[in-house]
Design a protein around this ligand. Structure first.
Ligand SMILES: [Zn+2]
Length: 409
């Protein structure tokens, strides 16, 4: 509520002066540039072999030239719950977006009770661009643009269930800020899908498993291609100081096509032996998206890749630790999940590269957490961490000298 009420006021305060300032101080020092990429549920266990085999060359480039490690997540992690912690560095009970459904209503930005990073950056005259980021619907005013992601509502959407509308099919709020940018996107990028395809139901799959799997995977690739085109367009024609782009098809694939063996719970040969490479292939495809994004990266750009949680095959306490299947279509034969009560079972990951970031540096254990992302971003921009933030600056990823430079900004 706080933000919704104040956002228009904020805009009127910062947008007009920033236009004037651009003309008055042509030679002003450029602000740090950050491109953040969110990959929902990226699982290190799956990507490690791909890295070893050289099948993710772009992520390998970031690892060799930057710092990376596991990212401790919150308990019972799912995308809206964790992304909102990434945005605010507060816990789900504090920020209000506790899951896919909050009080029976699909999580949305009206529920935000803590100030998100895009608002803090906008207030400091930093330009912000966001696309496809989960739990950003309806979009909010920023000093730049915002295109919503997972949980955008539209045609055929039921509360709490994913539905993947196209931009033209969005209902119940704006998916694009500023609203005039919507027409521009439809014209230059096309009518792209927001979010990823919902998973098929058990009834859809029965007796047509291979056909349904192949059709679904082809649709996922179409969506990824559209979103890659969107990202390339935005980075080319609307560059911003802070850009946050996200992908969600990887997680969706893992839930029902994780490469489990007959040993695992839920193994169904007619589904799970059909395309065993389907889930790893998502990360190989993601790496190509990353390659497109990295073309827009120069030596003064920070690249921050974050995964909100991992994903693992079902575990022995599944019975006592009920799975919120509603988040992915109630009847899909789910064989892997991430909303375990102990978030340490499914840590996310973080990869950082940029000016003053250590190279080939690995964060050990669970030292870094999803709470630390927003404070670290503020630190890069020289903005003091507000009191409500529970995380810390990931100072160990910065080299000593550059650390001081950053602190003095
Ligand atoms: Zn998921």
């Amino acid at each position: 509520m706080f933000l919704r009420k104040t956002s228009l006021l904020l805009l009127s305060v910062f947008l007009v002066p920033s236009c004037l300032r651009a003309q008055d101080h042509v030679a002003a020092k450029p602000k740090p540039r950050v491109i953040m990429v969110g990959v929902n549920g990226m699982e290190l266990d799956i990507i490690r072999p791909l890295l070893l085999k050289g099948q993710m060359p772009n992520l390998s480039h970031v690892i060799e030239n930057g710092a990376y490690g596991k990212l401790r997540t919150v308990s019972g992690p799912n995308c809206p719950r964790v992304y909102t912690t990434l945005f605010t560095s507060t816990n789900p009970e504090e920020h209000g977006v506790t899951g896919f459904l909050v009080g029976g209503i699909t999580a949305n930005t009206h529920m935000l009770k803590e100030e998100p990073i895009w608002s803090m950056l906008s207030k400091k005259d930093i330009t912000v661009g966001m696309a496809n980021v989960p739990a950003t619907f309806p979009v909010m005013p920023v000093n730049g643009y915002m295109i919503s992601g997972m949980l955008t509502r539209g045609k055929n959407c039921e509360d709490g269930v994913l539905c993947a509308p196209k931009l033209s099919e969005v209902t119940g709020g704006d998916a694009v800020y500023p609203s005039k940018m919507r027409e521009e996107l439809l014209k230059n990028v096309g009518d792209f899908y927001i979010d990823c395809e919902r998973m098929p139901s058990a009834a859809d799959l029965k007796d047509h498993e291979a056909e349904v799997i192949d059709h679904w995977l082809a649709k996922v690739q179409t969506i990824r291609d559209q979103q890659t085109k969107l990202f390339d367009y935005l980075l080319t024609t609307h560059p911003t100081d802070f850009t946050f782009l996200a992908q969600s098809c990887e997680d969706r694939t893992g839930h029902w096509l994780y490469p489990i063996t007959p040993f695992n719970v839920g193994y169904n040969a007619s589904i799970n032996s059909v395309r065993q490479g389907a889930f790893p292939d998502q990360y190989i495809a993601f790496d190509k998206v990353l390659g497109t994004i990295l073309k827009h990266v120069d030596e003064r750009t920070y690249v921050v890749i974050v995964s909100d949680h991992g994903i693992k095959p079902l575990r022995e306490f599944e019975e006592k630790d009920p799975h919120a299947h509603a988040d992915h279509e109630k009847t899909t034969p789910v064989i892997a999940k991430h909303d375990f009560a102990d978030g340490d079972d499914v840590p996310g990951s973080v990869f950082v590269m940029g000016p003053g970031i250590k190279r080939d540096f690995r964060l050990m254990g669970l030292a870094a957490s999803v709470y630390d992302i927003a404070p670290t971003l503020l630190y890069i921009y020289g903005i003091e961490q507000p009191k409500q933030m529970r995380g810390r600056v990931l100072s160990e990823v910065f080299t000593g000298t550059e650390n001081k430079v950053a602190a003095n900004k």
